[in-house]
Design a protein around this ligand. Structure first.
Ligand SMILES: *[C@@H]1O[C@H](CO)[C@@H](O)[C@H](O)[C@H]1NC(C)=O
Length: 660
């Protein structure tokens, strides 16, 4: 049985390094100050106008002042000890570093390119359209001699298969004495997956830090087969000598594709590498053993639900909403996305009886990551992007009319109404996801549903207009318009009992995108503050971290107090371009510390993005928790892999598969 993770236990741990720091406690019932937001006219989401397609996040503009006390006064700025002679977990720093209760295990079972750029790699989080940033997938793929550069999970699979095919041609490989190109590609991907995380040492290190929850982005494509079955050992009898010898039978590529990959229903030339159920069960059992509970976050769907390398099909455009969403086609076709979610929920139900220990390691299901992220650019009266058709078309008129009426039925005039627009397609999909979960056994078994939404779904023009007396107070990414619309939808989609138990709303928030909260080595206008300008930096960050309390105040105003809220992605990065981003310890410490403390005070559960990324080069200090904690003197060793990504020079005669 999984115990329902009670809101009251949803706390943030602190690591107290000198064991007498007052911060080492569990503030499980931090009082919140509920403030009514003064609402007037105007104010709009400030969409980022620079570098915009590659952006993962929009920042809001303008917000009410909030009473969160700036955490900056609590930072003592003690010396960072970087000596790693000690084998103990923690250094004897004089400072205390708060630890969020949750972390992501990103780019493991759903790949993103920028985690694999190596030390000479790219500079942007989520690469722009035309660049190929990722150069490796260790341990078997290290550089251009071992495989392709890649954008996303599916073009990696295809690229690896092409690479092996070419290699086998060049080496005149007898194909009945070898795995085929796809078999080899699956082997490389599975070798990566099973080497990425040590279920024992990594999970116990996380537990020691006080991490209680992991969010695991996974793809939609799963299988019941074990990749080790692609090669079968058989005993052969030598006819002449009568000796027995071992022979190997290699699975054909047709069978490999059938069993270990999924054909994308919307792109005939796209295949996805499947995740073995057995492998994830093993992971969940390990979580249970270490007292950690996992959220399985379905990060990708066929066709891609948004644009960007994290969609899984990038550089291909998103087709999920135009091709796979039944209300879009309205021709009685199979609803692929809803079917996938349904069967995933049944699998989790089965797990509760088939593998109770694995089920104990399961905390929650997140039905879709950042649905239709960036669709707001293509929609609305004055779309920002007009270069191609939107990937999020409107619902058929009758459907949207009826749905909108349902959503806004009987809403008090003091509350926000859901506006009309293409976002209703996403809202309806998520409504059906909530329904599917509600009707399953999972709520009664203590499993939660973490519903992620992203404000880049909306064009700025359709959001409610707010005006503060002192307009600039809405600055610093604190404009509540999108949050209010999410609140209005959430109120209509879940009951207050559900919101107090298994239904958790999740909105990601980063400072790295948008002019309101970013910091840059050279200062304005690239960043709002210069990393070295401590006073301005602390002022900006002090305002920006109030987002957590604006989030809570806005959602509670639309729903009720005590609602469960999460922000399942955040980082210490101050700029999406790693060369502009602040990498000094003082800024990293400040932006991390202030965000964690402000969220704790607002009772918003945080998940850091992401726990480890040993091949992410310069990204690591602001995005890898493991590396940041090393930089801050908490962990004794940096987040480093055993290989160099992208700069392996094979010695003359090295075998192609690196074995002898
Ligand atoms: C390829 O391998 C198979 C199985 O070992 C063998 O029967 C066949 O003769 C080989 N073909 C060539 C061209 O060497």
């Amino acid at each position: 049985m999984v115990n329902c993770v009670n809101k009251a236990t949803m706390t943030y741990q602190s690591i107290s390094i000198n064991h007498n720091d007052e911060v080492n406690h569990n503030p499980s019932s931090v009082p919140r100050k509920f403030r009514w937001i003064v609402l007037f006219a105007t104010g709009s989401l400030a969409y980022i106008t620079f570098d915009w397609l590659r952006l993962r996040l929009f920042s809001g503009e303008d917000s009410p002042p909030s009473k969160v006390v700036s955490a900056s006064t609590r930072i003592k700025g003690g010396p960072v000890v970087t000596d790693d002679s000690a084998s103990r977990l923690f250094h004897t720093a004089t400072d205390s570093v708060p630890i969020p209760t949750g972390v992501n295990l990103g780019s493991w079972l759903s790949l993103e390119d920028w985690f694999y750029v190596g030390s000479n790699g790219a500079v942007e989080v989520a690469s722009p359209d035309d660049s190929l940033a990722a150069s490796c997938l260790p341990p078997l793929h290290l550089d251009e001699s071992t495989g392709p550069r890649w954008n996303s999970e599916t073009d990696l699979l295809e690229g690896l298969a092409n690479h092996y095919n070419k290699q086998m041609d060049e080496e005149n490989t007898n194909r009945s004495e070898s795995l085929g190109p796809y078999g080899k590609a699956i082997r490389t991907i599975h070798a990566f997956r099973s080497n990425y995380l040590d279920f024992d040492s990594d999970l116990s290190a996380m537990a020691t830090l006080g991490i209680k929850y992991v969010r695991v982005p996974v793809s939609w494509c799963w299988m019941d087969f074990d990749p080790s079955d692609m090669i079968t050992e058989v005993k052969l009898k030598d006819d002449e000598s009568d000796d027995e010898k071992i022979g190997l039978i290699y699975m054909s590529d047709e069978e490999v594709k059938e069993k270990y990959t999924c054909q994308d229903p919307f792109y005939s030339d796209v295949r996805w590498p499947a995740i073995p159920h057995s492998f994830v069960k093993e992971f969940l059992r390990a979580c249970a053993k270490h007292g950690i509970k996992a959220t399985l976050d379905i990060h990708t769907y066929p066709g891609g639900t948004s644009i960007g390398t994290f969609s899984g099909v990038w550089p291909r455009y998103s087709r999920f909403w135009t091709h796979g969403d039944a209300p879009a086609t309205d021709k009685g076709e199979k609803d692929v996305g809803r079917e996938i979610l349904k069967s995933f929920i049944s699998w989790l139900e089965t797990l509760s009886t088939e593998d109770p220990l694995a089920f104990e390691g399961l905390r929650a299901l997140s039905p879709m990551n950042e649905p239709a992220h960036l669709a707001g650019l293509y929609n609305g009266p004055k779309p920002v992007r007009t270069d191609r058709e939107t990937f999020l078309p409107p619902l058929p008129e009758e459907v949207s009319k009826k749905y909108l009426a349902d959503l806004n039925d009987g809403v008090l005039p003091t509350l926000t109404q859901v506006p009309d627009g293409n976002h209703l397609r996403v809202f309806m999909w998520l409504r059906d996801a909530v329904n599917e979960f509600r009707q399953s056994k999972l709520p009664s078994l203590g499993v939660e549903l973490h519903v992620n939404v992203h404000e880049s779904l909306f064009p700025a023009s359709i959001l409610p207009k707010y005006k503060d007396k002192d307009r600039h107070n809405f600055d610093y990414g604190l404009y509540p318009g999108a949050l209010a619309v999410f609140g209005a939808w959430w109120r209509a989609t879940t009951s207050s009992e559900e919101r107090a138990s298994w239904a958790v709303l999740d909105i990601h928030h980063y400072h790295a995108w948008g002019p309101a909260c970013s910091g840059a080595v050279e200062g304005p206008p690239i960043g709002r503050y210069a990393c070295s300008d401590e006073e301005e930096r602390n002022k900006v960050l002090g305002k920006c971290v109030q987002w957590a309390s604006v989030y809570r105040e806005t959602l509670e105003r639309e729903c009720e107090s005590g609602i469960r809220l999460a922000s399942a992605e955040f980082s210490a990065s101050t700029h999406h371009s790693v060369r502009h981003a602040c990498n000094d310890v003082s800024t990293l410490r400040t932006t991390y510390d202030m965000q964690v403390r402000a969220a704790r005070q607002a009772d918003v559960e945080l998940f850091w993005w992401s726990f480890k990324m040993p091949y992410a080069g310069a990204f690591r200090s602001a995005w890898s928790l493991k590396h940041l904690l090393y930089v801050l003197g908490v962990l004794p060793i940096p987040d480093e892999g055993n290989f160099h990504c992208g700069d392996h020079t094979p010695p003359h005669g090295e075998p192609a598969d690196a074995s002898i």
